[in-house]
Write a protein that binds this ligand. Sequence first.
Ligand code: ADP
Length: 249
Amino acid sequence: MIKVENLTVSYNNKRILENINLNIKNGLIYTVIGQSGAGKSTVLKVLAGINKNYKGKVYFNDNELDTKKYCIGYIPQNYGLVDWKTIKQNILLLFNTKYGKKAINSEFYEKILKKLDLEKHLKKYPRNLSGGEKQRVAIARALLLKPNLLLMDEPFSALDYFTREEVQRLFINIWKQHKVTTLLVTHDICEAIYLGQNIIIMSSSKGKIKKNIENDLFGKNPELNRELYKNMEFKIRNLLKEEKIYEIK
Ligand code: ADP
């Protein structure tokens, strides 16, 4: 269980998150959705241990957040690849640093490369790859770690429609094998429904969490469940719309 208590973050004296409380159950995927600027990435950065300038408490299984103790896979919006290292080196970098080269499970490594269609890019450098390809590298690097917590900031946004569907399915498949606790930020309502067992709606005007919806449409094919998706989309859209009206006022 990850417990966030009264999390408050300010940038240049401007309050971005205010007294956020959140309980993340182990082994579930939470999608996080909200207006741009609502503080979604900021929440991930605190949990990743990147933003240490916060007030409040973050507990991982009753212990305070300690990124040395817990293996956290973080996929930032800009992919976080090292420009001067090859794709293979980029994928292995964090794993080797954390566990040592010898610990690699070659079968799992090969499987991830194959599924994400990265084998042909291994000798290239990030500058030779498209945005979508770089995103797949960042996903491979994070999955290889088999982290205790996976934090993904808009991980599929640069993928074209068909690749996105495929990688989302792949993600669910890999997730089902390891059930890693995941927080996934997205601006795509359908993606939030497809990938989230819980959907967290963030309120931009107040820097708070507006709603945490338990979602039984998780993993269900949107095409085959159009009506149910439509209803859930309507519910989420209204919550986000209320937000907009509040902001305009
Ligand atoms: P979201 O991910 O929901 O779009 P962010 O967490 O990225 O929101 O940002 C929330 C707010 O904090 C935005 O107004 C953004 O401009 C501001 N912000 C984010 N990072 C910084 C920073 N390092 N310095 C100053 N302001 C920041």
